[in-house]
Structure formats: structure tokens, C-alpha cells
Design a protein around this ligand. Structure first.
Ligand code: IMP
Ligand code: MG
Length: 173
């Protein structure tokens, strides 16, 4: 496939500024003790690495893999766990780190799975949100940017596994 053209929607600079604002809020909101950052592979990995360093309180990180049975631009609505956490989250303050909330199906599934493991608290931080696409409501405690219904890539987000390493968040034209 020839290289498509990209339109920058959110610059790397704006992303960094917003991530630091979210980090400061997380610092202020949580009680003493570590916050357990659970990033959803693979899209949230850049957001996790920047957000974790924008938080000054003690933090632990872990990864969870979720497949939505889709290779293109839309999810099929079916979800399954492809990689589990390395350790228990019982009694922990867990913050799920996600790249984008679209239908809300992935996060509702993950909230159900993780809440059964008795964390002390369970919240969501999502860099991007497409509210117009929501099928299942989801409460996002820390939301970076609301965007229109356009398919975006970069800063971890992919189209069929490509373009995750773009520095800006872009729309494919
Ligand atoms: P949901 O379950 O429909 O909320 O989908 C969430 C997942 O779909 C995200 O974790 C992304 O992997 C993917 N996704 C949704 N919208 C986009 C987009 O615009 N670009 C890249 N991936 C997207
Ligand atoms: Mg994805």
C-alpha cells in the first residue's frame, strides 16, 4: 500500500501538555501509597510511558492484552483477554490506561474482569474519547481529548498495526 497522507489532529506538544495536566490531577486525587497502572496493549504504551513519568507518586505498571477480533477500522463487538496481568491487583488502587474510547465495549469488558479481582479502587485514564461512537456508557475519570468520529493513528494508535510510532495524532486522508 502506498504511504497515505496524514492530517495532524493533535500535535506531540499538545499531547505532552495534556498528559502532564492529567498526571498532576492523578497525583492530587489519590491517597497515600502506590497507584497500579494497567495499560492495554498495544495502543496505550506511549501514553503509559509519558503518564507514568508525569505522576510523582509511587507507581507500578503492568500490561493486559485484549483482542476485539478486528484488524481494520471497526471492532466486531466481541472481546477476549489475550494477555493477563503478571500479578494480583487485590487491594490496589488500579488505574486502567487506554489509548481511545470508541464504542466503550473494550473498557466495559475490562472493568468487569478487573473488578472481580477486588482492587481497592478502579478508574480509567484514556487519552482520546470519541463520544459520538459510544454504544456502552463508560465512566472515564481522566480523559485527554474528545475528538470527532474520525479514525486516528499515531502516539500508539494503529491502523492494521502501522503508524503507531508517529509523534502526532493524525487522521489518515
Ligand atoms: P471500543 O471497544 O470500541 O471502545 O474500542 C477501543 C479500541 O478500538 C481501542 O483500544 C483502539 O485499539 C481501537 N480504536 C478505536 N478507535 C480507533 C481509532 O480511531 N484509531 C485507532 N484505533 C482505534
Ligand atoms: Mg488497537
Amino acid at each position: 500500500m502506498p504511504q497515505p497522507s496524514f492530517r495532524v489532529l493533535i500535535t506531540a506538544e499538545r499531547i505532552q501538555k495534556r498528559v502532564h495536566e492529567l498526571g498532576a490531577r492523578i497525583d492530587a486525587d489519590y491517597p497515600e501509597g502506590p497507584v497500579y497502572l494497567v495499560a492495554i496493549l498495544k495502543g496505550a504504551c506511549f501514553f503509559l510511558s509519558d503518564l507514568a513519568r508525569a505522576i510523582t507518586r509511587p507507581a507500578r505498571i503492568d500490561f493486559i492484552g485484549i483482542s476485539s477480533y478486528a484488524k481494520g477500522k471497526t471492532s466486531s463487538g466481541e472481546v477476549k483477554l489475550t494477555k493477563d496481568l503478571d500479578s494480583s491487583i487485590e487491594g490496589a488502587h488500579v488505574l486502567i490506561i487506554e489509548d481511545i474510547v470508541d464504542s466503550g465495549i473494550t473498557l466495559n469488558y475490562l472493568l468487569k474482569v478487573l473488578s472481580q479481582r477486588k482492587p481497592r479502587s478502579l478508574r480509567i485514564a484514556a487519552l482520546l474519547d470519541k463520544p459520538s461512537r459510544r454504544i456502552q456508557p463508560v465512566d472515564v475519570a481522566y480523559s485527554g481529548f474528545q475528538i470527532p468520529d474520525e479514525f486516528v493513528v499515531g502516539y500508539g494508535l494503529d491502523y492494521a498495526e502501522d503508524y503507531r510510532n508517529l509523534k502526532d495524532i493524525c487522521v489518515i486522508e
